[in-house]
Design a protein around this ligand. Sequence first.
Ligand code: MN
Ligand code: MN
Length: 465
Amino acid sequence: MGEEQKEKLFNKKENGWKDLSEEKKEEIFKLSKNYMDFMNKAKTEREFIKEARKLADANGYRDIIEFERLKPGDKVYFVNREKSMYLAIIGEEPIENGMHIIGSHVDSPRLDLKPNPLYEDTDLAYLKTHYYGGIKKYQWTTIPLSIHGVIVKSNGEKVEINIGEDENDPIFTITDLLPHLAQEQMEKKLKDGIGGEALNLLIGSIPCEDEKITEKVKLNILKILNQKYGITEADFISSELEVVPAFRARSLGFDESMVAAYGQDDKVCAYTSLVAMMELNEVKNTAVCILSDKEEIGSMGNTGMESHMFDFFISEILNKLEINRPNLLDKVFCFSKMLSSDVDAGFDPIYSSVSDKTNAGFLGKGIALVKYTGARGKSGASDANAEYVAWVRNLLEKNEIKFQLTELGKVDIGGGGTIAYILANKGTDVIDCGVPVLSMHAPYEVTSKYDIYSAYETYKAFWKE
Ligand code: MN
Ligand code: MN
């Protein structure tokens, strides 16, 4: 009798792998295989947007600039400075009844090159970096690194760089002290063990032949760069070059149940929402997919979610539906629903003390809904209304999608933020909703293939509703 009551009254949080059909398991592994292939081509925001655009073009989406008029069923997108992108399918319902928005970010923590990065010291050449986003600096030493990005010459000519990914490419690395001589370093706090100014990338060691000149190794590197890319040292000034791990996305574990990859925060949610959107056709409410940039450094700037670029995109939709009028944009936002699709901290048994086990997100238990983020007393959080959480919960329950309601860490320990508050401030109902991750912000992050699939199912169900 107790068992019966427990079954009826307890909120069960089951492992998703339990009682899975072979068919479903196959689907889960297939989606993750495609995800890993995509991740190997899309390590930076620019690369992600480039691939996303290719996918959109292949699936009948067109740049909104090309449309004179829009009607239900039309598939449009806008690419913002190659680093963020918004996609939409026009719904059958009037857009002023609200849109269904899913928003993720495609930037990830990394090391950016400084504007004047190149120097030589003791016959070794280096590139100086300035880290981007919240990293644990020590994790970025002694691993293979690649360089991705663009160099734009003063005449506007753009050179794309991607070196360190191909098997035949060289890689780069940041050195660290040998333990034998690291006594002083090892006494330091972990956060001070490696300084920001020590994150210099080793890039060469052969001096050029000319005996009379100084900085022979630097000159030799510049000669190679000039030959390969047609650039001079001054061209670094107008470049965006990102140093990222040269690891490939791989299946993790004897059972291959997990994915290890760089940049899963938040490309795992970006990818699953993008793929879900590609499979949609007619929708009731206008479906919108946001792939934003600069989330990791506060969503500022003209490619970040705080900018007016997204408002511009929706205004263009209203203009081209030929219904725009004063304040309509505000109304559309106020009646919209959003899933802020960003990753959650996965519960790590090795570091269990930072999480409240009854409110943590677990690997393999499905999509994690985060009612509020923020830190220490919900500071800075967008806290979803109970009514909206009930609506989302109902959606997941009727679609038989496993989910978990979670918090990011113990109350006094820390917290996090996403783009949720930005749309919530416009009046939209928003809840955070994403995949739990282990080793978040590390060069190699871990997710469960079950949760990746669960995210994909959730996003698709939300847009279809
Ligand atoms: Mn994130
Ligand atoms: Mn992050």
